[in-house]
Write a protein that binds this ligand. Structure first.
Ligand SMILES: NC(=O)c1ccc[n+]([C@@H]2O[C@H](COP(=O)([O-])OP(=O)(O)OC[C@H]3O[C@@H](n4cnc5c(N)ncnc54)[C@H](OP(=O)(O)O)[C@@H]3O)[C@@H](O)[C@H]2O)c1
Length: 266
């Protein structure tokens, strides 16, 4: 299979690099991106650099479209003439529906809508997938298998994409904001920024692994840390009094509302 990528910025570059290491033996790769220097490290790993999006669309069996949402329509109109029913087009563009991908690509080939999150950049992604009706179950499984090497994959109805984007796509911003606040608190208590950051990173990683390995409610894991008359319960009480859960809930609902509006605009 030839895997082609159009738009090799943060997400396209990371997906291509991840797939380079995980795709079945014999897979080949080609790419086009507007600024050729961004492809240098991928070229060094065997990716064939082509001169246009059209050339990539001609050569690829699986075509990853990783340009910004505002650029999707123009790129699709440019490559529509060389798409065939044997190819599969996968777009990662936020808020761009299967219907608008079909409209701008001429509805020739099967389509995949994919929403990754930024930890996909380090092989720890969470992905949502929706498939067009003309994509076979076998093709869908092939794509899910390919991406499972890069993270956790969920097949969702398109109507759930705004919710997924608000919770998981935007999720790294919430988690990094919490991490940044904890690092700042550590510095306030006298740790160097570097030490505080390393401690917080290990804390978050440890909690994620513990949550995965301990099959009890998260509230129980939280309560287990709160000894009577101890110091943790004092901290947790402040979070509760200031409405921490409500703030997180409102953040996700606000992102979801914006996501739904973006879907309508596309
Ligand atoms: N990053 C995320 O967190 C994230 C999460 C979920 C989904 N996504 C989706 O991923 C897509 C890409 O986002 P990104 O963060 O990777 O953006 P990015 O870093 O700006 O990458 C986009 C790349 O596309 C290139 N490009 C623009 N127009 C092109 C064209 N006509 N033909 C070929 N290449 C072209 C750009 O070239 P230049 O370098 O010359 O500008 C750039 O390298 C977006 O649709 C976004 O919604 C991103």
């Amino acid at each position: 299979m030839m895997i082609g990528c159009i738009g090799c910025g943060n997400m396209g570059g990371a997906l291509l690099e991840g797939l380079l290491h995980s795709a079945p033996q014999g897979s080949r790769f080609c790419a086009y991106t507007r600024t050729p220097s961004r492809l240098a490290h991928l070229e060094a790993q065997g990716v064939l650099r082509l001169k246009s999006a059209r050339e990539v669309a001609e050569q690829a069996d699986l075509l990853l479209l990783c340009v910004k949402p505002a650029q999707v329509s123009a790129v699709l109109k440019d490559i529509a003439g060389v798409l065939t029913a044997e190819k599969v087009l996968l777009s990662v563009a936020a808020g761009v529906s299967l219907a608008s991908l079909a409209r701008d690509s001429g509805a020739v080939c099967p389509l995949v809508r994919c929403m990754p999150d930024t930890p996909a950049l380090v092989g720890k992604g969470v992905f949502a997938f929706a498939f067009s009706e003309n994509l076979s179950r076998e093709q869908a499984e092939e794509i899910l298998t390919l991406f499972r090497a890069l993270g956790l994959c969920f097949e969702l109805a398109e109507s759930q994409f705004a919710a997924f984007s608000a919770l998981i796509g935007a999720g790294p911003a919430y988690i990094f904001a919490m991490m940044q606040a904890l690092v700042q608190a550590g510095v306030t208590l006298g740790f160097s920024h570097d030490s505080s950051r390393k401690m917080v990173q290990a804390l978050v990683e440890g909690c994620a692994v513990m949550a995965e390995k301990t099959p009890v409610h998260l509230a129980r894991l939280k309560d287990n840390v709160c000894s009577p008359h101890g110091l943790t319960i004092e901290g947790v009480n402040v979070l509760d009094r200031r409405g921490f859960s409500g703030i997180v809930l409102d953040a996700v609902l606000a992102a979801n509302a914006r996501g739904l509006a973006m879907e309508k605009e596309s």
